[in-house]
Write a protein that binds this ligand. Structure first.
Ligand code: GRF
Length: 192
C-alpha cells in the first residue's frame, strides 16, 4: 500500500527480485491516482489497484475495499509502505499480525504526521525509522526492526528525511521476513 513516491514499495520489490527476501510482491494498492508508486508498479510489472479515498468518505468503507482486493489475490502479508491514511479495524482485523507499517521515527517517539519535522523541532540528535506490526493505536504495535541515524547540525527537513529513508529501504525487507517468521512460529510451520 502506497500513497506517494513509492520508493519503499520499489525497495521491497527489489529485495524480492534477486535480493535477500524470499517473497513476491503481487499487488500494489494506491489511494492517489497520480502518485509515483503507481508509475513504479507499471514499470516493474506489478498489478496496481487504485482505491481513491476521496470516493470513500468513511475510512472503514475504504479499508473494506482494500481488504477485498487483497483477499482476491490472495496475499499472506500486507505492507503499508508509505500509506498516508489512518487504517481501521476493517483492514487491521482482516490481517492480524500480517499488517506491517514503516514510520520515519524511532517509535514510540514522534508518532503521527511529519515525524521528521517533529524530530527537528524537538532538537534530538538521533532519529531513524521503525517497521512495526499495525494495531489499532496509530504508529504503535509490536516493533519489528528499527534503524537509527544521526541528526547533523545543518540538517533541514529534506536532508534528514533522505537519510532516514535510505534506512527505511534497508530495514523494510527484514521487517517483512520477521513478520513472516512470527507467523510461522505461531502456526508451528517451519520457516523456509
Ligand atoms: C516514508 O518516509 C514513510 O516512512 C512515510 O512516508 C514516506 C513514503 O515514502 N510514511 P515513499 O513513498 O516510500 O517514497
Amino acid at each position: 500500500m502506497a500513497s506517494g513516491h513509492g520508493s519503499n514499495f520499489e525497495a521491497l520489490v527489489q529485495a524480492c527480485r534477486g535480493g535477500p527476501l524470499r517473497a513476491e510482491v503481487v499487488q500494489l494498492v494506491v489511494n492517489n491516482p497520480s502518485c509515483g508508486a503507481r508509475q513504479r508498479a507499471e514499470r516493474l510489472g506489478i498489478a496496481c489497484r487504485l482505491h481513491d479515498h476521496r470516493h470513500h468518505p468513511q475510512r472503514q468503507e475504504l479499508d473494506q475495499q482494500i481488504a477485498a482486493t487483497f483477499a482476491a489475490c490472495p496475499v499472506d502479508l500486507v505492507v503499508m509502505a508509505g500509506w498516508m491514511r489512518i487504517v481501521t479495524p476493517a483492514l487491521i482485523g482482516a490481517y492480524p499480525g500480517r499488517l506491517v507499517n514503516i514510520h520515519p521515527s524511532l517509535l514510540p517517539s514522534f508518532r503521527g504526521l511529519d515525524a521528521v519535522g517533529q524530530a527537528l523541532a524537538a532538537g534530538v540528535t538521533l532519529s531513524g525509522c521503525t517497521a512495526h506490526l499495525v494495531e489499532e493505536v496509530v504508529d504503535a504495535g509490536p516493533i519489528l526492526v528499527q534503524a537509527a541515524v544521526p541528526v547533523l547540525s545543518g540538517d533541514d527537513h529534506g536532508s534528514l528525511a533522505a537519510r532516514i529513508q535510505a534506512q527505511e529501504h534497508r530495514i523494510l525487507p527484514y521487517a517483512v521476513a520477521l513478520a513472516a517468521l512470527r507467523l510461522d512460529r505461531e502456526s508451528g510451520t517451519p520457516a523456509p
